[in-house]
Design a protein. Sequence first.
Length: 89
Amino acid sequence: MPTDPDDVDRRLELAILDLLARRASTSTICPSEAARVVGGDDDEGWRPLMEPARQAAQRLVASGEVVVTQGGQVVDPSTARGPIRIRRR
């Protein structure tokens, strides 16, 4: 896993976009999927990246590339608590 935070952040953003590009336009992903792409499958690799993955999703929302949902409804990622899903805008 890279140690430069900026590199990790960018890799998480790219992982989110790549995962979504491989799915139907209405499909969603969990931030943990991007964390696993960047940090690996073992808990020590991806779990610390969960909050950075949520922050990456928030930046992508701000840039208009994705939306964040809970229970199928679009939510503000800066105030969402609990499990979220990410889908293309």
